[in-house]
Design a protein. Structure first.
Length: 185
C-alpha cells in the first residue's frame, strides 16, 4: 500500500514530500532499514519513507530511533499507554464429602453476592472443574475476583460482607487454596 503524505518527517529529507509504504510488520521494518531495534519497540503500522534522500546513515538511524521512541525524551504508543496491572484473587475449594449440592450452592450464591457488596471488586467469575486430566486433587470449585490493586484486595479482606461469607464457607470446605497475582488487564 502506497500513500502520498506530507508531515514533519518531510523536513528531514531533501525532498519536500515523498512516497512511503505502510510497513506490514516490525521484522520487515528492521530488515528494510538494517537497524538493531528490538521488535517489541516497533509499531507494526508505522509509516516511514521507503526511498529517502538522507545521505548520512547515522542521521537516518537517529531519525528512525526517534520515531520509534528509543532516544531519550521520545516515546512510543506502547510506552505511553503501558497496560495497567490488576490483581487477580483466586480461591479454590475442595468441599467436605458430606456437603449436599444445596449446601455447596449456598456457598456459590454467597460468594456471588460479594461484588455487589464490596466496591473494590472490579471483576468476578466462578466455575466448576471440568478437566479430564484427573489432577484436581478433589478441588471442584474456583472463584476469581479482580481488584484494581492490592489496596482493593485489603478492603475486600477486611470487609464485613467478606467476613460473613467466610462464616458460611468455613465449616463446609475440606481444603482451600488462595492464589493472588498481578497481571495486565
Amino acid at each position: 500500500m502506497w500513500a502520498k503524505l506530507n508531515s514533519p518527517l518531510d523536513s528531514l529529507c531533501a525532498a519536500p514530500s515523498f512516497t512511503r509504504p505502510v510497513l506490514a510488520s516490525s521484522a520487515r521494518f528492521i530488515r528494510h532499514y538494517n537497524c538493531d531495534v528490538p521488535s517489541s519497540h516497533v509499531q507494526p503500522s508505522l509509516v516511514l519513507p521507503r526511498h529517502h534522500s538522507i545521505g548520512d546513515s547515522m542521521q537516518r538511524r537517529t531519525t528512525i530511533l526517534a520515531l520509534l521512541g528509543l532516544l531519550p525524551g521520545t516515546t512510543t504508543m506502547a510506552t505511553a499507554a503501558a497496560p495497567q496491572q490488576v490483581l487477580k484473587h483466586i480461591v479454590m475449594y475442595k468441599f467436605k464429602d458430606d456437603q449436599t449440592p444445596a449446601q455447596v450452592q449456598e456457598v456459590i450464591d454467597a460468594f456471588s453476592k460479594l461484588p455487589g457488596q464490596i466496591d473494590t471488586i472490579i471483576g468476578y467469575e466462578h466455575g466448576t472443574n471440568v478437566s479430564q486430566e484427573m489432577k484436581s486433587e478433589g478441588f471442584t470449585h474456583l472463584f476469581v475476583v479482580t481488584f484494581r490493586d492490592e489496596a482493593g484486595r485489603e478492603v475486600y479482606l477486611k470487609h464485613p460482607a467478606h467476613d460473613a461469607y467466610v462464616a458460611i464457607v468455613k465449616g463446609r470446605r475440606d481444603k482451600v487454596i488462595v492464589f493472588d497475582y498481578l497481571t495486565s488487564r
